[in-house]
Design a protein around this ligand. Sequence first.
Ligand SMILES: Nc1ncnc2c1ncn2[C@@H]1O[C@H](COP(=O)(O)OP(=O)(O)OP(=O)(O)O)[C@@H](O)[C@H]1O
Length: 229
Amino acid sequence: MSLIELNGVEKSYQMGEMLVQALKGVDLSIREQEFMAVVGPSGSGKSTLLNLIGTIDEPTAGSVSLKGQDVNKLKDNERTELRNRTIGFVFQRFNLVPVLTALENVSLPLELQGIKAAEARKRALAALEEVGLAAQVRHRPDQLSGGQQQRVAIARALVTNPSLVIADEPTANLDSDTSQKIIELMRNLNTRHKTTFIFSTHDQRLLGHVDRLVHLQDGRIISAPGAHS
Ligand SMILES: Nc1ncnc2c1ncn2[C@@H]1O[C@H](COP(=O)(O)OP(=O)(O)OP(=O)(O)O)[C@@H](O)[C@H]1O
């Protein structure tokens, strides 16, 4: 079974008088454990696509299914619950809570799920060790480099054991060496945990590790070869 299935997905935004068609009929099936990149020029619809896959936005037409469930047919609270249980997010600007330490940032999603503080800290510590930040757990975001902050964000996305991690331009604010290392880290975690990863990028040099490349242009997929092709 596919983890995610998009059928005939369209997305339009009303901008005053103008209708912007961000996605114009996208069919896409994403399997468990895939490591997939979405590329395309600015404005081609990458963020729109990731937001739909992440169930944080709804299509204007067509359907998005996650684990066999048509997301549009769920009530708001059911969709939020499915999202919290299934998907982790990594952002371009890291989006860490500035006043919290790395450990507290990574513990937070677990505590929000009602997991006791001691258990949450234990799991957060293990996640931070996995991304190579054992020595920085007590640092606040402003005491970490950009690459380290993104590692904290990746640990935070993974600590709840999601099936899928969505990363919208996770390396946009990083230099090219650090960007490579972040993609390699995501690839390692993908292999080790069998978590599906979908990330968007403008950087062709980061595509060496991917199973699949989805190329968007003007709201349409222009190539989406199968895994390992
Ligand atoms: N909330 C919105 N309201 C109106 N138009 C939007 C909105 N979000 C996106 N768009 C438009 O939809 C189209 C696709 O935008 P999207 O952000 O998905 O592209 P992108 O490929 O992620 O671009 P970039 O690489 O610059 O981030 C663009 O024309 C954009 O202006």
